[in-house]
Design a protein. Structure first.
Length: 247
């Protein structure tokens, strides 16, 4: 069975994707900063999972984790660039610059670094890359500023990769979800459970398992077929109009 390397596997979409792929017999490298969460996942799933705890922004730690991969986990066929976060909901003019930098470092710089490092092996194995973008890449909302910008990077980078990888057999997909109930809003609000409950309450949001099943579907399509971008929303979420600031 093939091997997947998943960033951000300690929670939400990443953890659900580990369970989904390992449940179908894939070997999975599960990564993230919280080692206790990764150990629990490994204990739950067993030998099909290899865990590596590191901060995806720490290139040396990432390299050390790669160097420590045993076979068959070292032969990566699928990269799921999932680690990411939003921080804050303030408008740009009152946003925290450190939060902006953390989002850029994680959602853009680390994602590009991991991709660059794993690309030669993915080309050699005619593998695949699945990137987690967002509806925030396409539809601006107040307070979405840099988060939406990072996800627009992920969308466009995915399309650019497809161009560059023409003829290699490597597939690239940008998955672009709307509301998924995970730890995302807790992280964004600095641990405000009430804010998270209010956002998702009554919205019948998508679940991490919904997105994991979509990732698994994309990853197991016939090798001649590439999903370029895939946008998903809960039925209860849709588009709002423009705002007008009247004189
Ligand atoms: P969660 O907060 O539940 O999970 C985020 C994961 O990213 C965690 O495993 C976390 O691990 C990891 N992560 C964050 N920063 C780092 C870091 N510096 N180094 C390593 N790992 C890191 O959120 P989701 O599952 O919802 O989010 C997963 C992806 O999906 C993100 O890219 C997000 O932007 C995207 N997305 C989410 C949507 C939603 O509504 N939830 C909608 C659209 C896209 P740890 O903290 O242990 O390091
Ligand atoms: C997460 C979805 O709408 O909160 O990417 O930006 S949203």
């Amino acid at each position: 069975m093939p091997t997947a390397f998943i960033t951000g596997a300690t929670a939400g979409i990443g953890a659900a994707t580990v369970r989904e792929l390992a449940g179908s017999g894939w070997h999975v490298v599960a990564t993230g900063r919280r080692a206790d969460r990764l150990d629990a996942l490994a204990a739950e799933i067993g030998d099909l999972v290899h865990v590596a705890a590191f901060d995806v922004r720490d290139e040396a730690a990432f390299e050390a984790a790669l160097a420590a991969l045993p076979a068959p986990f070292s032969d990566i066929d699928l990269l799921v660039n999932n680690a990411g976060l939003a921080l804050g909901t303030a408008p740009a003019q009152s946003a925290d610059l450190d939060q902006w930098r953390t989002m850029i470092d994680t959602n853009i710089t680390a994602l590009a670094t991991v991709t660059h490092r794993l690309l030669p092996g993915l080309v050699a194995r005619k593998g695949a890359i699945i990137n987690l973008s967002s509806v925030a890449a396409t539809y601006p909302y107040t307070g979405g500023n840099v988060y939406g910008g990072t996800k627009a990077f992920v969308h466009q980078f995915s399309l650019g990769l497809r161009s560059d990888l023409a003829g290699t057999g490597v597939r690239v997909t940008s998955i672009e979800p709307g509301m998924v109930e995970t730890e995302f809003t807790l992280v964004r609000t600095g641990g405000n459970q009430a804010a998270s409950d209010t956002l998702y309450g009554g919205a019948e949001p998508m679940t991490a398992e919904d997105i994991a099943a979509t990732i698994a579907w994309v990853a197991t399509l016939p090798p001649h077929l590439n999903i370029n971008t895939l946008e998903l929303m809960p039925v209860r979420q849709s588009f709002a109009g423009f705002q007008v600031s009247r004189a």
